[in-house]
Design a protein around this ligand. Structure first.
Ligand code: DC
Length: 233
């Protein structure tokens, strides 16, 4: 087992690739912290929206984010996000935040501010971080780097099923899938084309495609990588 640097598994990829589920399960299996960096960008976005600032005004966005108290649970069994003490775990998944988050996360100074928070949250005893730039920017020294992807169709179906859960068990209407597919394509485009730490695979990341794999199979592959890297016995 490695004894030097903090043990880190970095899991990057686009929305709907399954990385949140996998990251949580891997962290739970290892007894490590779980850091959902997307939730920190979503919380920052809600802070900016509530402050009523113009999202094109980078200085105003940064000021609203800096004054906000953003807190994340790192317990993979009980994830949660708070803004100034209020539980915003559900609010940050809503359409308002989802459509504004790419603009807020494109501001370099907002990223620098949140990366600092993400590194503190990771602690020193082992953590699984998931996001878009973990391997390239947040934790470039992570011992395990995984880039998880899936076909656009599979990703859209998964996200639509999450949004539709509990309404019509067993499937999502085609219209919802196509709306979600459009939103994912828009965010992929924005997240991959921004100047500051865009979504792109780290050259040293292991690529996994989850289109044909369930979460349990991907979790096992990531745990194998952690073992191969000497992070766990
Ligand atoms: O993973 P998610 O869908 O909750 O992320 C929401 C947005 O946050 C995503 O569209 C891009 C941004 N993000 C980012 O820029 N960098 C990260 N490490 C994580 C998320």
């Amino acid at each position: 087992m490695s004894t030097g640097a903090t043990r880190i598994v970095a899991l990057d990829g686009p929305s709907g690739s399954g990385k949140s589920t996998v990251a949580r399960k891997v962290a739970a299996r290892l007894g490590w912290r779980y850091v959902d960096t997307g939730a920190s960008y979503r919380a920052a976005t809600l802070a900016a929206l509530r402050a009523g600032v113009d999202l094109d005004d980078a200085d105003a966005v940064l000021a609203s984010v800096r004054t906000a108290r953003i807190e994340l649970s790192t317990d993979p069994e009980q994830p949660g996000t708070w803004l100034d003490g209020e539980d915003i775990s559900d609010a940050i998944r809503g359409p308002e935040v989802t459509s504004a988050v790419s603009a807020v996360s494109a501001v370099p100074a907002v990223r620098a501010h949140l990366v600092e928070l993400q590194r503190v949250l990771a602690g020193r005893d082992g953590a699984v971080l998931e996001g878009r730039d973990i391997a390239t920017a947040v934790m470039p020294d992570a011992q395990v780097k995984v880039y998880l992807d899936a076909s656009p169709q599979v990703r859209a179906s998964r996200r639509a099923a999450e949004q539709h859960a509990g309404v019509t068990p067993g499937g999502s209407p085609a219209s919802l899938v196509s709306t979600v597919a459009e939103d994912l394509a828009r965010r992929d485009r924005l997240d991959s084309s921004r100047a500051a730490d865009p979504l792109r695979p780290s050259p040293d990341a292991v690529h996994l495609d989850s289109s044909q794999l369930d979460a349990a199979a991907v979790v096992d592959l990531v745990l194998d990588l952690a073992r191969d890297a000497g992070l766990v016995s």
